[in-house]
Design a protein around this ligand. Structure first.
Ligand code: KIV
Ligand code: NA
Length: 265
């Protein structure tokens, strides 16, 4: 099987083939997504929310991100693996950013890292890239800055923030980033971004006029129950299936129906 590369992702944009991307945090899930043919797997710091139950992405550590990435990398045979640099592992210190990125690459075997922000993290982006580590950008709603924004509502509705976002996208492209995630921005702005730079723009809550889509896999599969934003399409209701299976198991154990003779040694 041919592995996905940054070069192929660029070619997909050039010929108008949309890029498919999902998050993954563990071996078993990543194996299924890779088998299905997903182009990019993101070991997102959303693991802080969906795997650890934290309210924000801020508490997750670099060691924890590496642990998640290791499982994902062991599972894949085709997908391109991106790992989020967590909060506190790159902002305002390009040397720290490089050390964090190198730890992820060495200890997990992942293929690239993602950093949140534009102009303000330019030095960190450049330094990581200088080591030969591909960097994905992330603009718009950047959850590591949630206490600056105050809410998880749509970003860049005003002209000033929209223009800064376009400028940031151009800066990240100039630095040499291979792609950028744009999160929760108006679709008209996302379209402008995708037209303003030549690298792939991958959207979440950013409409259809971008070069690819990403969702948190637990949301997409309906394992998460509480989180139902407008941009989410649920492709399965796994929480229902898992709940019923678990209830059936409990019932069978209580009724001494499980295990039966065939299931015993
Ligand atoms: O951590 C994450 O899941 C992300 C995606 C939403 C892009 O960064
Ligand atoms: Na993230």
């Amino acid at each position: 099987i041919k592995r996905v590369t940054t070069h192929q992702l660029q070619e997909m944009k050039n010929r108008g083939e949309k890029i498919s991307m999902l998050t993954a945090y563990d071996y078993s899930m990543a194996r299924i997504l890779d088998q299905a043919g997903i182009d990019v797997l993101l070991v997102g710091d959303s693991a802080s929310n969906v795997m650890a139950g934290n309210e924000t992405t801020l508490p997750i550590t670099l060691d924890q991100m590496i642990y998640h990435a290791q499982g994902v990398v062991r599972a894949i045979s085709r997908s391109f693996v991106v790992v989020d640099l967590p909060f506190g592992s790159y902002q305002g210190n390009s040397r720290l950013a490089l050390e964090s990125a190198i730890r992820i690459m060495k200890e997990s075997g992942a293929h690239s890292v993602k950093l949140e922000g534009g102009a303000e993290i330019k030095e960190s982006v450049l330094r990581v890239l200088s080591a030969g580590v591909p960097v994905m950008g992330h603009l718009g709603l950047t959850p590591q800055s949630i206490y600056k924004f105050g809410t998880y509502t749509v970003r860049a509705k005003e002209e000033e923030e929209a223009n800064k976002l376009i400028e940031d996208a151009k800066i990240l492209e100039e630095c040499g980033c291979f792609a950028i995630v744009v999160e929760k921005i108006p679709s008209a702005l996302a379209k402008r971004v995708a037209e303003s730079v030549s690298i792939p723009i991958i959207g979440i809550g950013a409409g259809s006029d971008v070069d690819g889509q990403v969702l948190v896999v637990h949301d997409m599969l309906g394992i998460t129950q509480e989180f139902q934003p407008r941009f989410l399409r649920q492709y399965a209701n796994l929480s229902k299936i898992m709940l019923e299976a678990t209830e059936n198991y409990i019932r069978d154990v209580k009724a001494q129906d499980f295990p039966n003779k065939k299931e015993s040694y």
